[in-house]
Write a protein that binds this ligand. Sequence first.
Ligand SMILES: Cc1cc2nc3c(=O)[nH]c(=O)nc-3n(C[C@H](O)[C@H](O)[C@H](O)COP(=O)(O)OP(=O)(O)OC[C@H]3O[C@@H](n4cnc5c(N)ncnc54)[C@H](O)[C@@H]3O)c2cc1C
Length: 503
Amino acid sequence: MTEPILRTALPDWLPSELPDTLADRIHPMNDNPVAQDARYVLCWLQQALRADENPLIELALHLANDLGLPVLVYHGMSQSYPHASDRLHWMLLGGSREVAQGCAARGIRMVSHVVRPGHIHRGLVYALAEDAALVVCEDHPTFVASWQSRNFAAKTDHAVLGVDAARLVPYRRLPDGLKTTPAFRKASGALRERYLGGVEPVEPAHPPYGGPLPFVPDALEGATDAQLHDLMAECEIDHSLPVSDEHPPSRETALRRVHDFCARQLARYKWTRNNPAAVGAGSELSPYLHFGMIAPWEVARDVHGADVHAAARWKYLDELLTWREWFHYQALHMPDFELFDGLPKRPRASLLDHADDPRDTVYGLDAMLHGRTDDETWNAAQRQWLVTGYMHNNLRMYWGKKIIGWTPDPKTAWNVACYINDRLSLDGRDPATYGNMRWCFGAAKPAYREQPVYGWVAPKSDRALRKRDGVPEWLSIWANAEHARLRVPNDWPEAPRPGRSEA
Ligand SMILES: Cc1cc2nc3c(=O)[nH]c(=O)nc-3n(C[C@H](O)[C@H](O)[C@H](O)COP(=O)(O)OP(=O)(O)OC[C@H]3O[C@@H](n4cnc5c(N)ncnc54)[C@H](O)[C@@H]3O)c2cc1C
């Protein structure tokens, strides 16, 4: 039986020939009308940094063609988003450059703004919207893409359409109130095939926009890596956290990674994925999915087509389409998803009951950030993160749980864990960040017995991990790895919630 598709009421001015699977991704963010006498349809990218297979761009093209206008794609890079650093800026700059190149190849004008001293245009989205018929932006549940688009949609008098570009199954098409992963797996599983085809490319009916702009864009399209580095050096961001050489910001890298992973590793994935020492055991696609350089349906299609055992395919797709998208769904429906106070009542209360229990050791932020604790496994995981911007899933579980025992109280533990994850990890600041952190802090199931400090939240040992093939050697290498010296704040970090959110 085909599942019914839940539909938000869509504005009646949408073109009637819009494909259903694209219309399913639309979330009207206000009910303002389409502006008359406009020069373009504005497509505002924040996290979905790809020129192809991008439902924002295809929707903007449908609308623009219908209105007899060109599309203007905009991507701005602020200096003041939380954790702004060379590591994160490099992904944004590289992603922006590629979108500019991809848009140019498709005959679409794309403009980027890299905020830096002497080049600060506040409220640029509002200024660009002045000449727009309407604005297409991202419908995302966490971090800047979520706060900024909601703020903008509430303040502007232009029509704003949010678009789900980050999930295979658009999360607003799933019923409310799914409480468990099996329920989510079933509901999402019934719709997956419908969206596997992705989005059909649309030809722009107009030449690229060449009219006036309220700022001088940064020409990233032809920029070399050295020029991007020079630009980044001008930005007032954290230069102490270096770029990750292991994860270059490019869609081509992401597409190649999927291809190579399906050809060489997928067959063994189910059995080797829990071993951090097994080279290439995971796909390491999370940074690319986070920055939207690849769409989940592109990955899922390759995995579906791979000539491997069905169990291997199933396991990988369950991580990508159940666990990843489940956390996105939860982040949409749980208002305090990123906060300690948003934890389920039982683990939260139990951790707070034990907040005054004496800790064996409390480490400062400096020791934790630089992987200088007395725990070899933790240090290795932390240093790998510091150097490469990536940490293996199995290590992250151990890593997150240990912080509960090493900080003065559970709320500080939550804030420290989210802070380190969000600052260092290329894939941080994501629904998967907070969803997994909730797992570490006991959201899934209680421990077998109550313990000091952890209460009814299960701690995790590294015993099994250390017995895996090659792990002791791997740990001793990474626990002693050279790394950059980071700027360390004096105080314990605050909760991961909006700081400034200029649009
Ligand atoms: C404490 C903790 C913090 C985490 N923080 C993040 C984070 O900030 N960002 C992030 O993307 N993931 C996070 N994860 C989940 C997981 O560790 C990473 O998604 C995974 O390690 C990425 O590596 P990969 O691409 O090689 O994954 P693969 O094993 O190749 O899996 C394929 C894809 O499935 C998804 N996936 C895999 N495992 C999970 C999972 N447990 N939860 C949600 N999605 C998953 C990812 O998108 C991943 O790219 C965290 C896990 C823990 C325990």
